[in-house]
Design a protein around this ligand. Structure first.
Ligand code: AMP
Ligand code: GLY
Length: 417
């Protein structure tokens, strides 16, 4: 089986490692990939520079399955999955229309309301004045730019001053380009990331995870792409998982079918566990990053065939299973992150890591060494039968890797919610 994975970060590195461990021994290529993905995992390079050339390359190389690691190509041009369908390549990733579940917050909110899936109340606004009217002096409030904004399009505003700052940035200065804004009720409670593999009317819920978005210890400071994650079946008890499945996952999958959206791929539910029960904050049409890095080591079975069959509309949950234990992912970020990032700091200690998996997010080769090449640099992931064991191991192994200006939260996995 020949698989082409689209993406270049730590999530794709983790997916590719697990695909390569599949008993079906697929040949994996990655677009655009990274030096680490090509060199360490041996994933082939793809001679392409955009969606058109990618489709041409996959066709010429008789690719059997395309997997969307990241979301961007799903909504580029006619969409990755749509273009794959035209040339007869199964795609594990949803078509353009279904990918609006992530690409447009207003689309997602209307979907949730139409299918009565629990979520915060919200109003879509075209102008800053409409947004002010929707806020109606009620704080805290949540403002969301209605488009892809690399995780920077959401502001939880405690007061009018912070709301005005965000409105200016987004609606006047157009930091993320043209687009509408969603004013949303502020929900309170712990957050959990739920992942399902969806293939038309069928779904399979994977091991849940919790990510750590803030840069600082104790969940303080600005948001990042994610400073770590913890994954385990035991994060949510069976009663809570049943509620999440009945109230959120099943109605979402039924809604996708009813709306004729033909969803195939991983679907990520960002949930808040409020006093009134689980409510959805957002959908993402892909695996989480860095949750994927924490979940993948718990997986065994044939992920490659699982994705291929799912992409063909034949979901076979029995092909994969998950360890009941715990997995903790610590991210090492470069100096200055998240405001900026520094490249060229050489990593040392990689060879000393003995009891953890390493997934590269932003590295490059400098001579024989790996050096930083982006904000988030490396994920160090360790497992254990108990939470404590996984936490201790992950931090002990992560501390072996050093580079100038390295940032790592020491409470990843320890801080429960
Ligand atoms: P999103 O980009 O939609 O994942 O939002 C980023 C973060 O903003 C979430 O992980 C939450 O911490 C926070 N957030 C988003 N929506 C809400 C909401 N309605 N109430 C409270 N916090 C929210
Ligand atoms: N971990 C958050 C995300 O992948 O969007």
């Amino acid at each position: 089986m020949k698989i082409c994975v689209v993406g270049k970060g730590g999530r794709e590195h983790a997916l590719i490692r697990s695909l390569k461990e599949s008993p079906s021994s697929p040949e994996v290529s990655c677009f655009p990939g990274s030096e680490a993905i090509h060199e360490i995992e041996g994933a082939g390079k793809v001679d392409a520079h955009d969606l058109n050339t990618l489709i041409a390359w996959m066709t010429a190389h008789a690719i059997d399955l395309c997997i969307a690691g990241e979301e961007s190509y799903l909504v580029t041009g006619e969409g990755l999955a749509n273009r794959c369908a035209e040339v007869g390549i199964p795609c594990w990733g949803p078509p353009f229309a279904a990918a609006q579940m992530e690409a447009s917050k207003e689309f997602a909110k209307e979907f949730m309301q139409r299918h009565e899936i629990p979520t915060g109340a919200a109003a879509g606004c075209a102008t800053a004045d409409e947004a002010r009217a929707a806020i109606d002096g009620k704080y805290p409030t949540v403002l969301k730019f209605d488009g892809l904004a690399a995780g920077k399009g959401v502001a939880v505003c405690l007061d009018e001053a912070s709301a005005e700052d965000f409105l200016k940035e987004v609606m006047e200065e157009r930091r993320f380009g043209a687009g509408r804004l969603l004013v949303e009720e502020c929900l309170v409670g712990p957050e959990i990331s739920i992942f399902a593999a969806v293939s038309g009317p069928d779904y399979f819920i994977l091991t849940p995870a919790r990510d750590y978005k803030r840069i600082g210890e104790g969940d303080e400071g600005p948001n990042t792409g994610g400073m770590g994650a913890v994954a385990s079946r035991q994060l949510a008890d069976p009663e809570l998982m049943k509620r999440i499945e009945d109230e959120i996952v099943a109605p979402t999958v039924a809604g996708l079918e009813k709306d004729g959206l033909n969803y195939k791929g991983f679907l990520y539910f960002g949930l808040m566990l409020t006093a009134d029960g689980p409510k959805i904050i957002e959908y993402n049409c892909r695996f989480g990053d860095p949750e994927c890095q924490a979940v993948m080591p718990l997986l065994s079975g044939d992920l490659a065939t699982f994705c291929l069959e799912g992409a063909k509309g034949n979901l076979q949950p029995e092909l994969i299973s998950f360890d009941e234990g715990w997995s903790v992912c610590c991210i090492l970020a470069s100096a200055g992150y998240p405001e900026s990032s520094r490249s060229g700091d050489v990593l040392s200690g990689l060879d000393e890591v003995s009891d953890a998996r390493l997934y590269h997010a932003g590295t490059k080769k400098v001579g024989d060494s790996w050096a930083t090449n982006g904000g988030r640099v490396l994920a160090v992931v360790a497992g254990g039968a108990t939470r404590e064991e996984a936490v201790e191991k992950a931090h002990a192994e992560a501390s072996k890797v050093t580079f100038d200006g390295a940032q790592r939260r020491t409470d990843i996995g320890r801080l429960h919610f």
